[in-house]
Design a protein around this ligand. Sequence first.
Ligand SMILES: *[C@@H]1O[C@H](CO)[C@@H](O)[C@H](O)[C@H]1NC(C)=O
Ligand SMILES: *[C@@H]1O[C@H](CO)[C@@H](O)[C@H](O)[C@H]1NC(C)=O
Length: 385
Amino acid sequence: MEAVLVSFFILVLLDPASLLHLSLKGRTSLRASPSEVVSEAIQKLQEVFAFGELPHNITPAKKPPQFMLELYSRVAGPDGSTKAPGILEGNVVRSFENKVLSEAGTSFFFFNISSVRRRERMLKAELRVFKWKPLGMQARYHFCRVDVYELLDSASRPWRGNLITSRLLPLHSQGWEMFNVTQTVSGWVGDDTTNHGFLVTFTLPSGNVLDTDLSGMTMQKLDSKRSYLVLFSDDGRRGVPNPYMPPTNVKETDISSSSSSDGSLHTTTHKSRSARDVHPDTCQRKPLYVDFEDIGWAGWIISPKGYNAYHCQGTCIFPMGQGLGATNHATVQSIVHALKLKKDVTTPCCVPDRLNSINLLYFDDEENVVLKQYDDMVAVSCGCH
Ligand SMILES: *[C@@H]1O[C@H](CO)[C@@H](O)[C@H](O)[C@H]1NC(C)=O
Ligand SMILES: *[C@@H]1O[C@H](CO)[C@@H](O)[C@H](O)[C@H]1NC(C)=O
């Protein structure tokens, strides 16, 4: 992944003016690049972010569902950085909207999940249905039973054999209900022919089925609370194991020299070893803001608007000092270079030695909202290797 990132930034730097320029402080672009390089760079970026078809016509006023925004802010900071590993199950969360409106008297839900690839490992599927408070009726009942069925084909009536789950609800409550439909949906992934959707019924203790368009809600109101199918999965994308991982448990402040946006070093109150005598040219982490607006993706990436990938810049000249996380190999190489013991031996390289993941919330080409986590996207610290 590092190699991919590095090559993507090099490609990006080659293009001065147009859609691919990223705000990289203090650098000017090298030269105009041929358009094939630009299109190759875009292609590569699409691969890095594992986007299939890029969405082209997102409805401008389209709003992502609130629960996806909430999930995103639980998982990621405002800049997309992962708050803590393990909050997310897997690395992809897709929300599918019920696009076929219910026919009168039924709560029939169909979700087209054909965008889920067969090799994706499905971890969890959740059906989210909004239950309305019935309007002025059935006053003598306090509860109703909700049944969720899998439909075996679009024409069949429900029967108990394909009941997925059932629960009692206060009749006069209103709000989202979540149902675990993992097992059913697992069978649908990669085989569209078995997916005929769900049927949800609301039954009173008398045995009467509540009119399941939920008592005369207007279509407009229904529309404001569509149902969703939410799939948590793992698509197998993983960062490559980092060969530069420092062997000891070095604290972040020790190995990374932070710098402010103007490039000058912060004077930290607790002076770490690295802060003591860092030469301005010494290997350190510098800002590198990747702006999705500049890449032309701002129309369908909901959050973040961009992120700081950082980059590693500076020299690895002997003596390198403790703060640079130099490997023994790098130390010996820097000595060989300093003493000019061998021709053609350069100084070690200043590279990221720890990388963090970021999260993106975006509309896919069918306007479903997707949350994806990407490993190895942000340089957390730099070192001489
Ligand atoms: C689901 O979406 C795919 C891709 O857009 C489309 O080809 C397919 O016909 C859809 N299936 C149904 C049952 O609507
Ligand atoms: C959901 O259902 C699956 C399969 O039926 C089960 O393995 C899993 O533990 C359930 N998850 C929750 C949160 O109940």
